[in-house]
Design a protein around this ligand. Structure first.
Ligand code: PEP
Ligand code: MN
Length: 333
């Protein structure tokens, strides 16, 4: 729409699109409004829209993902999580254990990561484990403990939701819903989290392309939840020295292709605690909006992902370095 377009002009167009049986996604920017039209638009006559009042121009989005694309929205999406801005002018750090194990473990970690400067507390209550015999998470008890840690520290919480039947329950506790790598293409789950208001943190699938990842984000956006955060957490390559290979290219690539915030996860991306620092820095240097880092009071006894978890003091030391780097990069913490 032209900057001079009136609200009534936009309403007229939205109505016409809906009457044609197509879906509308509005993006109201400072300079102008973009009306996204999604559905079977092959037979749509663009020129008949171009003569309508307030219309500046029509553009066909070439990408298979539409609402997630840069073409739909040229400015960055900033997601507010209880006052923490993700994708804005600063750098955001989410930290905490892989799994919630006990009240003392999560509360102690929450205080320590807050003290070190983290903005959001992470912790899994529902764990997608490769083996059915591994610890599967504390379930709702874990959610209750996360809520207690939030109460004690004021940190918002992010936690994984594994199945459609658990979305409502997890959303009652979580400030951000995590979709794990193994569920990136669970389309029913993506639709379900698209229908709640809670922001969604979408992790890249173990061997997914960026286009597949953005198509998964599109499922959430298309269902009306526009608060999607993308996470590069490493992919499977032929290399076995590290658990995964963090695809550093994904960070600037996703930023080119999409307006959604991008977070790097050097913990799962490497699988090795002593590589978390260097790769965290690489993520920020590559333009990530923030980081997700696993931290545990005693990694040697962690119930999951101990090998990639930082001790509390090591996390604090890393944060001091990251504070300097993020300021240098113009995205202070
Ligand atoms: C996690 O964040 O602990 C996790 C299970 O991550 P991913 O889905 O990326 O393996
Ligand atoms: Mn983990």
């Amino acid at each position: 729409m032209k900057p001079s377009a009136k609200t009534g002009d936009t309403e007229q167009i939205v109505k016409r699109i809906q009457d044609l049986g197509l879906n509308v996604h509005l993006s109201e920017g400072e300079a102008h409004t973009v009306i996204g039209v999604v559905g079977d638009t092959q037979r749509l006559d663009r020129s008949s829209f171009e003569v309508m009042a307030g219309v500046d121009r029509t553009v066909r989005i070439a990408q298979p993902f539409k609402v997630a694309s840069r073409e739909f929205r040229s400015t960055e999406t900033v997601i507010d999580v209880q006052g923490v801005q993700i994708g804005g002018t600063g750098t955001v750090v989410m930290a905490g254990p892989c799994s919630v194990e006990s009240r003392s473990q999560i509360v102690e970690t929450a205080h320590a990561v807050k003290e070190a400067g983290a903005h959001i507390l992470r912790g899994g209550a529902y764990k997608p484990r490769s083996s059915p015999y591994s610890f599967q998470g504390l379930g709702e008890e874990g959610l209750v403990l996360l809520a207690e840690a939030r109460e004690a520290t004021g940190l918002p919480i992010i936690t994984e939701v594994m199945g459609v039947s658990e979305v409502q329950l997890v959303a009652q506790y979580a400030d951000v819903l995590q979709i794990g790598a193994r569920n990136m293409q669970n389309y029913r789950l993506l639709q379900a989290v698209g229908q709640v208001d809670t922001p969604v943190f979408l992790k890249r699938g173990l061997s997914s392309t960026l286009q597949e990842m953005l198509m998964s984000a599109e499922y959430i956006l298309a269902n009306g939840n526009y608060n999607v955060i993308l996470c590069e957490r490493g992919i499977r390559t032929f290399e076995r020295f590290t658990r995964n290979t963090l695809d550093i290219n994904a960070i600037p690539a996703l930023k080119q292709l999409s307006h959604l915030p991008v977070i790097g996860d050097p913990s799962h991306g490497t699988g090795k605690w002593d590589m978390v620092g260097p790769i965290a820095k690489a993520c920020l240097a590559a333009g990530a909006d923030g980081l997700m880092i696993e931290v545990h009071p005693d990694p040697a006894t962690a119930w999951s992902d101990g090998a990639q978890s930082l001790k509390l003091e090591r996390f604090a030391d890393l944060m001091a370095e990251l504070r300097g780097l993020s300021s240098y990069l113009g995205r202070p913490m």
